[in-house]
Structure formats: C-alpha cells, structure tokens
Ligand binder design. Structure first.
Ligand code: CR1
Length: 830
C-alpha cells in the first residue's frame, strides 16, 4: 500500500539519537554554540550572516542523526533506490523548508527571540541555490521532497554549479545578467567529501584486444580526466524522520598544477589545466526548453552522469554485489535528455570493466533506465554532433552506433521493407549534420517513457515519437506533474494553511486530496471571509516585499493578475502584453471610460536566455509599457504594470499566494505541462488559460465555471497551421488589436522612437509562430469574463475556494506514487 506518508506526532521535549534537545533552551544552547565555535563570534558581535549560518547549522544538527540513520537503514535493507538523474535542481531557500520538516519553527522563533533576533530576518539572509532554469529543475526539487516525505529511498544526482541561473537586472528596461554568487556568503547546507572523489575521463581513442578467454574486448584510452567531488545535501521528509540525499558533483583538476612549468616560472600556464577542469561545473547553462549544443555542456552531462554511476556502483552497493541484478537496486530516472549519455556509460562499465558481453549488458541496462520527456518543441530535442561526441567520448560513440544497429535490425524485422521507417527511427540523424538523437536513444533504452501531462503524453506518442510508440506502445505512459504542498502551500501561504488546518485538520499536507473536504465551505460566508482575509494578508506581504526589493508600489484593492515563468515566445507573454496595451489604448483614446476598468495590477516575472534576442526584446517592451502605463495619470488607480526583476523561487513563494488571476496562456500543444499553473490554483488563484499542458486537467478538476478558458485547442492550431496562418489578417480585421499594435509602432512606449520594437511587432505581424494574434480576441473576451466574475466578490471567492479544494491531485506526492507504481516498482520503507 502506497498510501501517503502519515504525520507522526513526536513529543516536543525529546532528543533524537545523538541530536540536540527539542526545547527552546536546548535550541538556544546549540545556536550559541554554533555561533561561537563554527562562526567564531560572540552573539553581541555577530552579523546577520553569522547568525543565519549558525541557525542553518543548528537546524542541520537536528536533522543529522536522522540522516545518518536513514542512510544506515537503507543500506542495511538493500532495497531498490531511485537514482534521479537531473542536470538541474531549482531548490529554493533551504532554511524554511528544513525548519518545517523538522518541526522546529516554533522553537527557533522563541529561541531566537530570547537572543534578541528575528527569524524572518535570518531567513531572508539566505541566497537561494538557483541550480536550475525553470519548470524542469523545480520539478526535480519537488520530486525529491515528495520521495523523502513518502519514505522512499532516493539519491538525487546532479551538478554543483558554482554559478547558478544568472541574477537578472534591468538597465533602462533591458535585461542585464549578473553572475549568481550563491556560495559567496557561505554554504551551510552542503557536506563536501573530497575523500570520495571519483575520476572522470575524456577524449583519447579506443583499442581492441583479446581477453584471457580469447574474446574480443575494447579498451578506452582517454587523454584527459577530471575529479568529481561529491557534495551531499539533506533532503528531509516532512515530519517523518527520513532524510534522503541530494549528491551534487563539483569538478576539480586531478593535478593542481603542472609542476615543471610552475618551477620554470610560468605560473599562469601551470594552472591552466586546473582552470580547464573546474570550468566543467562552473556555470549552469541558462537555456530553458532549448538546448545549447556546446561542448562544455556535453562535458557537464557526461561528468555528472559518470560520477553518479561510479558512485552508486562502487559506494552504495556491497563489494560483492552481482551487477546482473543491478535493476533490483536502482532505477535511474532520466530527467529529460540531459543525462542520457548514462545509457552508453552503463553499457561501457558493464562490458569494458565488468566483462559482460553485449547481450548481458543490454539486458541489464534496459531494465535500469526510465525517461521523462519535458517538451514538444522539435528544436528543443538534443542532438549531439557525432564529430563532437566522438572526440569527447570515443568509446560511447562506438556503443551508440552499436545500439543503433541493433535498433535498426529490430525495426527492419518488425517492418520488413519499410526502409523509410528505419531511417526515421535511426538514433543517428544525417541532417543538417550527423548527430545523435538523444531522445531516441533514451526511448529505445528505457523501460518506460513518460510525458508530463495527459495532453503532452498523447502528443509525444502521436507527434514526437510516433514510430516508437507504434512499435512499443506499452513503453509509453503519462505521469502528470505535481508540486510539493510543503513548500508551496504550507510554507509559502501560512495564513491559508492555518485556515485549512483549522477547518479540516492538518492531514492535507501529506494527503492533498483531502482538500476536497473544503468544498462545502465554499458556500459558507464565514469561511469565505477568512479565505479572502488570507489573500489580503498575502497581498500586503507581497506589497512589502516589492517595495523593499524593487521599489514597486502595489496599489490596494486591485485584481492581482500574474504571469510568471521563463520568457519564451510559445508562452506568449506578448499576448498578455497586447491585452494590457489594448486596455490602456482604449482609455487614452477615449473609447473606454476609465471607471469602467476593473482596477488591476499586472505583474510579470520572467528571465530570458541571454542569447534569445526576441525574448530580451519582449522584456524591454514589457518594461517600457510598464513604465508608461504606471506613470500615466489617466490610469491612476486603475491599471498598473509591474515587472520585478529576477523572478526566482523565493519571489514565487510571495507572489503566488497573493495572486488572484493566474496567466497560463501558451499556444495549445506547446506547454508540456506547466507547474506554476498548479501552484496558483492550490493557492486560490483562478486561471485564465488555453487548453494546454496540465491546464486541461486543472480545468477538468476545478470545473469549467471556475476556469477562464480561451483560444484554439491543439487540433484547431494544427488545422490553422496546415491551412496557412496569416497573422496580418487578424491585425487588419480587428480594430482593437490594430490599435494596440499601432500604438506600439507609433513610438508611444519608446520616447517617440518608432522602430525600437520593430523586431517584436513585425515578428507578430509577419510570422507569429505561436499564433498570438489568432487568439487575441478570444483572450480579450475571456478577460471580460474575468472582470465580470471579479465584480461579484462572493462568486469570485467561491471559485477560488473551489480551485483550492479541487486541486489536491496536483501534489507531487501523487506524481511520485504514479512513478513508483507504474515505472519504478520501488517500495517505501517503513
Ligand atoms: C516544460 O516546458 C514543464 C516542465 C516540467 C518544461 C514545462 O511545461 O512543466 O518542463 N520543459 O516538466 C523543459 O524545461 C527542458 O524542457
């Protein structure tokens, strides 16, 4: 039975084995001890950073005994572990989550007060580890939280980037990237283990030889290598005593410097190799949903995957473990194609190092991997040029060729004479250059392939991998994404959480479907009033944050309309912007009396990949519109646009609970799932959205009446595309749309410069790949329905309550349960 983890009630004044005392006094003692001995300062002389670090270490000390205990028990039980392989973990701040998981909030609050300190201030000192770009990285963080909470053994494997996702600043409205120095003020959450470093090889060539039995074998003779140093992080379950491990790898040179060169006095040259090696884990590639086919990126991918496999086989398994049964001890989940090089790496280890023959190695390998695809954009599927892959990993390329031969043989056997099909399915692409299609390799090797929402998984089968799904229909499955209710409801929305727990008890935190029990309260005016009060509190809290952080004033009593996600054309921030410009244009041209506008503040949050010109131009335009609209006295108190810089997990935790309206407006068939959409619904925002990704399931669950649907659905998009889409005709035929675009073209938002935003506007008029203009009218109409509902406060709040009550499905605990049952076949530990 994989029922949700139950909440144990532990007495508050006992100590875990070898841990500090669960009492305010015990806590204070531990905190002061950390301050004095680890920070080397007295309380009276300590900085906020000293205090934060000491607090983090104190909380860690409470979790420590449980962590060691978890590791010991898991090792002893020899159970199957989930090896989650992900190039990204967008963790968010650690302190709040650790306090929550260990039930220390109250004790810490009181203890710090006794020291004359304030917990909130210390929490705000933490710089979040932004080791991911967006949805994919945040999903990984939610999944490992759920597994720990559900008592499932898991090791998260990834890269300890020295610089995470860039810090976004705006200069004259344009995005300027700053390095993310998240380690600069100390990193109390990590445990480096240089003693457990592993070596990773690159380059060189291969040679054939005969082993003792006369069998032909292959030998890889690499020509350079680096060390991978593991850094362990705690992944605490919620109040259940389990602490899993996240193991991130940092690259180091095998030799600090070249001694002869150093002795000869050329110091810069002597450390060159070191710099080169350390570059591998230096920085996260800031691309989201589009691959960066750069050599360093492939080095990163192989680096962390090679470290992780080596680590698991050498350090997590018994010395005499028979690797023929590897699948009984691990299932390696491939989070998108980034870690797919693990497939030939495991084949290489088994054959070249452990003496398996091909069939044996393949039989094991195909049982150990499962693959999640996170995209539908064809250009987002990684294809590594064989030239590059062969130069960096010659042995792996050989193995990939051999895998491909076997695949094509199977295809030709299943579909004799269908040579076109064989060519379509080949792992090796021939155009525009010879390359390895990593998604095909993953699909062929994996036990299961899943998409991340029902619609996405369907389109994956029908459009991205149709030949594979025809040949192996049972391999394909769907697991709709989820989000952790601990961080995104309990922690981010304390007022709503309190109200929910007071109403239905606290069990919902680990059993989110229980939110259903709130449904009847949607009709209870008392409950609605408290619900609305929590929303107001969240808005005030946000206002304070934005004032301090960005100097932005949030007006009172506005509909808070929020679009936060990466800047991408397919997500259509430009459509939201056209709506804003249109409202504004109608007022200043006198077509719409300003008092007929619903008072509304539109908040954007979005980073653009530094090399993505159209995205950056869109950010510039949003900022110019925001400045113009917000400064125009004619709109005062009625329409405001805010674009706080550097949207990240920390800001999301403040923004999402405050939102009234959630913008999920991608072109249907483009957003694989979305997870922000789930967080908004769970925090009582209503969604305006297309029939795309997980929106489809949100709408089904919360009900049509409580979701503002607009736009074409996926078949209609396909039909319009096939017929030939002409965006300009929408401009010509729709005066409201025309007026909005003309206002941008007139230079109104660019100080009279009529060409500043040509790239954005003419892209919409001439190409508009994501059909924003086609959906414009429908979007505007849906926004009118939003305003109508919002005018009826009771009706709005009722819908908001029902959104919360009916969104329990979107817990990542549920996602994990589905992976466990249908893909991993692992067991929770008791
Ligand atoms: C998708 O765009 C999805 C997340 C998590 C993103 C988004 O719709 O919710 O993955 N894909 O599954 C992505 O980042 C690299 O691709």
């Amino acid at each position: 039975d994989l029922g949700p983890a139950r909440t144990p009630t532990h007495p508050v004044a006992t100590a875990p084995v070898n841990g500090p005392l669960f009492s305010v006094d015990g806590f204070v003692k531990e905190f002061i001890h950390e301050l004095n001995t680890a920070q080397g300062v007295a309380l009276a002389r300590s900085s906020v950073n000293d205090q934060y670090l000491a607090l983090a270490r104190t909380v860690k000390n409470y979790l420590m005994a449980r962590w060691l205990d978890t590791n010991r028990k898991t090792r002893e039980a020899k159970v199957k572990t989930v090896g989650y392989l992900s190039a990204e973990y967008l963790l968010g701040r650690q302190l709040g989550n650790a306090l929550l998981a260990s039930d220390l909030n109250e004790i810490a609050d009181k203890g710090l007060e006794l020291c004359g300190l304030d917990l909130v201030t210390l929490r705000n000192q933490e710089v979040e580890p932004g080791l991911g770009n967006g949805g994919l990285g945040r999903l990984a963080a939610c999944f490992i939280d759920s597994l720990a909470t559900m008592n499932v053994p898991c090791i998260g494997y990834g890269i300890r980037y020295e610089y995470g996702i860039f810090r976004q600043t705006f200069v004259d409205g344009r995005q300027v990237e700053q390095p993310d120095t998240w380690l600069a003020l100390g990193s109390p959450w990590e445990f480096p283990h240089p003693d457990a470093s592993v070596q990773v090889n690159f380059g060189g060539h291969t040679e054939k030889y005969r082993d003792a039995d006369g069998k032909e074998r292959t030998h890889w003779l690499p020509d350079w290598n680096v060390l991978g140093v593991p850094y362990n992080y705690m992944v605490p379950g919620y109040l259940n005593g389990r602490v899993n491990t996240l193991r991130l790898w940092s690259a180091q040179a095998t030799k600090a410097f070249d001694l002869p060169t150093f002795n000869a006095g050329d110091y810069a040259q002597a450390v060159r190799a070191q710099t080169f090696a350390e570059n591998i884990s230096k920085v996260l590639y800031p691309e989201d949903s589009t691959p960066q086919g750069k050599e360093l990126r492939l080095q990163q991918q192989y680096f962390f995957v090679a470290c992780s496999l080596r680590d698991f086989i050498d350090n997590e398994l018994e010395d005499d473990f028979d690797l023929h049964h590897l699948d009984e001890r691990i299932i390696l989940q491939l989070n998108d194609t980034h870690p797919v090089i693990a497939v030939p790496e495991l084949m290489r280890i088994l054959m070249d190092e452990k003496g398996f023959d091909w069939d044996e190695a393949w039989a094991v390998t195909t049982k150990c991997f499962a693959y999640t695809c996170h995209t539908l954009l064809p250009e987002a599927l990684e294809v590594w040029p064989t030239e590059l892959l062969g130069r960096l990993l010659p042995r792996h390329l050989e193995i990939i060729y051999a895998i491909n031969e076997q695949l094509l043989e199977e295809v030709r056997e299943a579909y004799p004479g269908d040579e076109l099909r064989a060519r379509r399915m080949s792992i090796i692409a021939e155009f525009p250059e010879r390359g390895v299609r990593m998604a095909y390799l993953a699909t062929y090797a994996a036990t299961k392939v899943n998409g991340v929402a029902a619609l996405h998984s369907q389109l994956l089968r029908d459009k991205v991998l149709p030949d594979f799904s025809e040949m192996w229909p049972d391999r394909f499955t769907n697991v709709t994404n989820g989000v952790t209710p601990r961080r995104f409801v309990k922690m981010a929305n304390p007022k709503l959480s309190e109200l929910i727990s007071d109403t239905i008890g606290g069990g919902w935190v680990t059993d989110l479907e229980r939110l259903r029990e709130l449904e009847p309260f949607a009709d209870d005016p008392d409950f609605r009033a408290q619900f609305a009060a929590a929303k107001d509190w969240n808005k005030r809290r946000l206002a304070e944050v934005l004032r301090k952080r960005d100097g932005i004033d949030l007006p009172d009593g506005h509909l808070l309309d929020v679009m936060v996600k990466r800047l991408h054309e397919y997500k259509r921030q430009s459509l939201k912007l056209l709506h804003v410009v249109s409202l504004y244009e109608q007022v200043i041209s006198g077509k719409l009396p300003v008092d007929q506008l619903t008072p509304r503040t539109v908040v954007f949050g979005a980073k653009a990949a530094p090399g993505y010109k159209m995205a950056k131009d869109t950010i510039h335009l949003i900022n110019r519109v925001a400045a113009t609209v917000s400064a125009d006295p004619r709109l005062e108190g009625r329409l405001k646009v805010a674009f706080p810089a550097n949207y990240n997990v920390t800001l999301a935790e403040k923004l999402i609970p405050a939102a009234d309206l959630s913008e999920q407006i991608s072109l249907a068939g483009m957003e694989a799932s979305g997870t922000g959409n789930m967080k908004f619904a769970l925090n009582g925002a209503l969604t305006i959205g297309t029939d795309d990704g997980a929106n489809v399931e949100i709408r089904e669950l919360v009900g049509d009446k409580h979701f503002f649907l607009f736009g074409m659905n996926e078949p209609q998009v396909a039909e319009l595309g096939a017929k030939g889409y002409n965006p300009e005709s929408y401009y010509e035929d729709n005066p409201q749309l025309k007026a909005a675009l003309d206002l941008v073209l007139s230079g109104h938002f660019s100080g009279g410069d009529q060409h500043l935003f040509d790239a954005v506007v003419y892209n919409l008029l001439n190409s508009d790949r994501f059909m924003a203009l086609a959906d414009f009218q429908s979007y505007v109409d849906a926004q009118a329905r939003v305003e109508e509902r919002y005018a009826d406060t009771d009706a709005w709040t009722r819908s908001a309550v029902l959104n919360v009550a009916r969104s329990g499905f979107f817990s990542s605990d549920r996602s994990m349960r589905e992976y466990i049952q249908r893909i991993w076949h692992t067991q929770p530990m008791m």
